[in-house]
Design a protein around this ligand. Sequence first.
Ligand SMILES: Cc1cc2nc3c(=O)[nH]c(=O)nc-3n(C[C@H](O)[C@H](O)[C@H](O)COP(=O)(O)OP(=O)(O)OC[C@H]3O[C@@H](n4cnc5c(N)ncnc54)[C@H](O)[C@@H]3O)c2cc1C
Length: 461
Amino acid sequence: MDGFVRVPVREQDAKVRATNFQEVCLGYNKEEAESEAQRCLNCKNPKCVQGCPVSIDIPAFIQQVKEGDVEGAYQTISKSSALPAVCGRVCPQESQCEGQCVRGIKGDAVSIGKLERYVADTARELGIKPEGAKEKKGKKVAIIGSGPSGLTCAGDLAKMGYDVTIFEALHEAGGVLVYGIPEFRLPKDAVVKKEIENVKSLGVKLETDVVIGKSVTIDELMEKEGFEAVFIGSGAGLPRFMNIPGEQAMGVFSANEFLTRSNLMKAFDENSRTPIMRPKKCVVVGGGNVAMDAARTALRLGAEVHVVYRRGEEELPARKEEVGHAKEEGIIFDLLTNPVEIHADENGWVTGITCIRMELGEPDESGRRSPVEVPGSEFDIECDAVIMSLGTSPNPLISSTTDGLEVNRRKCIVAQEENGQTSKAGVFAGGDAVTGAATVILAMGAGKAAAKGIDEYLSQK
Ligand SMILES: Cc1cc2nc3c(=O)[nH]c(=O)nc-3n(C[C@H](O)[C@H](O)[C@H](O)COP(=O)(O)OP(=O)(O)OC[C@H]3O[C@@H](n4cnc5c(N)ncnc54)[C@H](O)[C@@H]3O)c2cc1C
């Protein structure tokens, strides 16, 4: 090996995996991981750490992998991250740590994500747990939501000695990690649940089926239940639609509903009590990670799947790896295409969708070239299901039931980036609830910053 090329990772064959829900990527074994770790140059000024929103000491853990010290590597990562097996699988490393790796200048960046995954998976198999707090502070903190931001904030506060309780609206913890990202990218029982158990092993309590704003409000938690600070990590789970004619037809889903039925309620399993439509031909509208997940789920349920996206290949917001996997599995991409109307039969079920061709015009305020319709280019795609994957916003339930909590015009909670402080004393927030739909690692970074902010706030009280 010349050092310029990364050790390839084993994957399930595309034809086989297109028909099952088992994990696509099989990860590194010991030899592969140690060999890939040798490619790390152990830079004096490691840019990879600057590229990591939770600042994992990447060269240190890779050095420990080189030396065969997986336990040491795990403890190094755990100081900064509560969810390494998750991040090793779903983080957009190419634009973060690996995007900064000097190896990437003349060849492949070190495969930091796959090494992180190897360490976390091996530590789990060996039963190694993160180190907890030595002393308790005797102060109660409430965390709303058990997604990556809430779990991170909870884990960090528990390590500092706080008495932490997570309140989760759903019957299972994990947020998007359990209801959104499919099993074939992120196994639930083998990976997500185990990392949540690790957070609980730090002393964090978890109460599921508690909808804050309905079961109990934030003001009640603080005034009646003795919580001295609250972190809101309630995500952005409210789907957007296009408001085009025919969108009310049966067989039109939000990606969130479709994925929740399949992932959380296991509807893909024929023994599940939650039904799911098994489309024959399905159109997924959107080009992000969520669209790829919905498309690949529909494919595994037996459908021919078209992804309809209004911009071109370069502008697809989904990770390149996910687009590549989707193509290998047989998803058809109709790019520079936008839906204009959905058609239904006399019983109200979807029969097809009319789309129009687009071309790219001048850049908009995001710097991306805006798509413009090509007049007279309408065409029809026959289908029996349409999955809308156009982004999500925060649910207004919490902001509308909490006195003095400021939100912006997108209904996102306003919070300071450096410490998560909101407009209300003692209330902190982070993750998608503040930024709108973003990424796991940014949500974790926000949870970490808020844990520090809460500690500073409670230390002065
Ligand atoms: C299908 C899909 C695929 C994705 N793929 C990737 C990927 O590959 N890589 C990546 O980095 N990111 C990905 N993302 C984005 C990423 O998952 C999110 O940015 C991240 O989960 C946000 O974390 P969070 O903690 O802010 O919120 P969430 O994960 O949304 O968790 C919020 C939690 O709060 C709970 N909650 C909400 N309201 C209340 C309430 N009133 N009371 C109590 N609990 C409440 C919710 O039930 C949920 O469990 C994906 C998202 C989706 C939907």
